[in-house]
Design a protein around this ligand. Structure first.
Ligand SMILES: [Fe+2]
Length: 335
């Protein structure tokens, strides 16, 4: 069972947790921009490995492994989705299954802190690893960590979490529990994402962190669907930020999905068109270009992009069993 702690001072909370659980040797993976006060932690043997990667691959894992020089009883990850995913895979490959993983997200979007999945790339091909032992044992949410992120990061991360929550509700694998988490996430995103981007108050940062966490809890059960499947190649090949890539097709995907009264209700809408319109308007408000061609995508790229989506493993849960031709037509309409 995963535990959640909310705090305004993550380093103080972390030291309390590690002392209480008698963790003496800790592998610390952070994004390279993360500031860390080791004086607070002088009773603990640390190996600190700062790194930053857009697409985690097995070479990153090997580099971490080469720097490991102790028998660790805990791993702490402080960073965005790729740092947390790296810690998950390192723990899976090199630690015993009962070792302790604390995840401290520094972006509010991927929800990786809440899931048993990790994303790792083989070239441009995205692979998702899934195992119950990948799920962090403890999550520490600290709003100041995300409060001052650049607007572009807040938008992309927020769109990712919002889309994950909507796709989760639509997923054929959704349950009452996942729908509950997704509803919480959608309500928070609708109310607070714009304020979080433009005003960046602490209370708004807290709401968006919780939204991302709840969206993560939702997809941990339901997984994502077609809009995510179509996004992977856009990110890997054209560098479109993940959340933006997902949002580019989400309105068109929703035009084809069966839309339940439940989804409309939790989005505060009475019909499908309003739900779609809200997402399109939000992109325009944030200055996101909705044309695929503006990111360099061309008509000849579409068949391969669709092949990647169809092989992504995310289509099984999609409530619209689209053919390759139908998906190419959908993308062509967005060029
Ligand atoms: Fe995502």
């Amino acid at each position: 069972m995963q535990e959640l702690l909310e705090t305004l001072s993550w380093q103080i909370e972390l030291i309390k947790v590690l002392k209480k659980r008698q963790k003496r040797s800790v592998l610390l993976l952070t994004h390279r921009s993360c500031q860390f006060s080791f004086e607070l932690f002088k009773d603990i043997d640390w190996t600190h490995i700062p790194f930053g990667t857009k697409r985690l691959n097995q070479d990153d894992i090997e580099k971490v492994h080469q720097q490991m020089n102790l028998q660790y009883d805990a791993i702490v990850s402080v960073g965005g989705g790729s740092v947390i995913d790296c810690a998950k895979i390192v723990k899976h490959q090199f630690f015993s299954t009962d070792s302790f993983h604390v995840a401290i997200p520094t972006t509010a979007g991927s929800g990786s802190e809440a899931t048993q999945f990790a994303v790792i790339y083989d070239g441009l091909q995205k692979k998702s690893v899934s195992d119950i032992f990948l799920r962090p044992d403890l999550v520490i949410l600290c709003p100041p960590l995300v409060q001052a992120l650049p607007p572009s990061v807040k938008i992309s991360s927020g769109f990712d979490a919002w889309a994950q929550a909507i796709e989760s509700v639509c997923s054929l694998a959704a349950t009452n529990e996942s729908r509950h988490y997704a509803a919480l996430a959608i309500a928070r995103m609708r109310s607070h994402l714009e304020g979080f981007v433009r005003e960046a108050r602490l209370d708004q940062a807290k709401e968006i962190q919780l939204a991302a966490y709840d969206a993560g809890r939702a997809i941990n059960i339901s997984k994502t669907t077609l809009a995510h499947a179509l996004s992977y190649y856009m990110t890997a090949k054209y560098g479109v930020p993940h959340g933006v890539a997902v949002f580019l097709t989400l309105p068109s995907v929703l035009a084809h999905y069966p839309i339940s009264p439940y989804l409309l209700e939790i989005c505060g809408m009475s019909k499908r068109e309003d739900l779609i319109n809200e997402l399109e308007v939000k992109m325009e408000k944030f200055g996101i270009d909705r044309r695929l061609s503006s990111y360099g995508m061309k008509i000849d790229d579409l068949p391969y992009m669709v092949d990647v989506a169809l092989n992504s493993g995310r289509m099984d849960n999609a409530p619209w069993k689209a053919s390759k031709e139908e998906l190419i037509a959908l993308l062509r309409g967005l060029l």
